[in-house]
Design a protein around this ligand. Structure first.
Ligand code: KIV
Length: 256
């Protein structure tokens, strides 16, 4: 069975486990436990300290995705299309084809709803699997407030989710969407929703690996830190540093 069909069939049966990763070694670990691995453009802030994901380029996404591809064998591998690479159907098709060819990913993710209708349409017409992304849209939103407080906002998100499903996307990320709205959207669709800061009412969850292992020093409500890997790395580097200075490392067994 195709990987995408498998993801869709999980809806109402078992939760879809997803992670954003940026390179081979973490991808290899994520692949063991996840259904879906995303090369997210969040790498702009997590790795490059950019103010926004707007600065992430197509080539940066391609290089990280090539690395991730080395570690992903069984999961569905999705790559984020960065900002300004899908402004028109023609531009989107050219850039998506380039990303898919160079990275051998299984699908791409695009942010937005009705504004990108024509883009999603042409990609799907060209048999390119597309994942949607609604709620907080880091590429274009000016503020990072959760979505779904106001009725108009709730209606818009629900309408856009239905539109994306109708256009043929196989799944939708809901980012920072209020709990009852995430429930309503998830119940209204036949395709799975993947939440980040959108409650356990979604059909699956996604986090950024650097956040969940405690490597990225951020503190936001929707991140649970499952480990403090920064502390472990510190310990190891500190021991290495001491041993080099005291000439305990390298020993004979480390030498040729
Ligand atoms: O860029 C990213 O990593 C993402 C996920 C957090 C959904 O879009």
């Amino acid at each position: 069975m195709k990987k995408i069909e498998k993801i869709i069939l999980k809806k109402n049966k078992s939760k879809i486990v997803s992670l954003s990763v940026y390179s081979k070694n973490t991808a290899r670990i994520a692949d063991k436990f996840c259904d879906l691995v995303l090369v997210g453009d969040s790498l702009g802030s997590v790795l490059y300290n950019y103010k926004s994901t707007k600065q992430v380029t197509l080539n940066t996404m391609i290089e990280h995705s090539k690395s991730v591809r080395q570690g992903v064998k069984k999961s569905l591998m999705v790559v984020d299309m960065p900002y300004n690479t899908y402004r028109t159907p023609k531009e989107a098709l050219k850039n998506v084809k380039k990303i898919m060819l160079k990275t051998k990913c299984d699908a791409v993710k695009l942010e937005g709803g009705s504004k990108i209708k024509a883009v999603v349409k042409i990609l799907i017409k060209n048999n390119i699997p597309v994942m949607g992304h609604l709620g907080v849209l880091p590429q274009t939103d000016k503020t990072f407030k959760f979505k779904g407080k106001k009725d108009a906002e709730r209606l818009k998100i629900l309408k856009e989710a239905k539109l994306l499903e109708k256009l043929g996307v196989f799944s939708i990320v809901l980012e920072c969407v209020e709990t009852s709205l995430a429930k309503l959207v998830s119940k209204s669709l036949n395709i799975p929703t993947i939440g980040i800061g959108a409650s356990n009412n979604c059909d699956g969850q996604i986090l950024v690996i650097d956040d969940l292992i405690g490597l990225n020093p951020i503190s936001v409500r929707f991140v649970k830190k499952y480990s403090n890997i920064a502390k472990e790395i510190s310990k190891a580097v500190s021991n290495y540093s001491k041993e080099v200075r005291t000439k305990k490392f390298p020993q004979k067994k480390h030498s040729y």
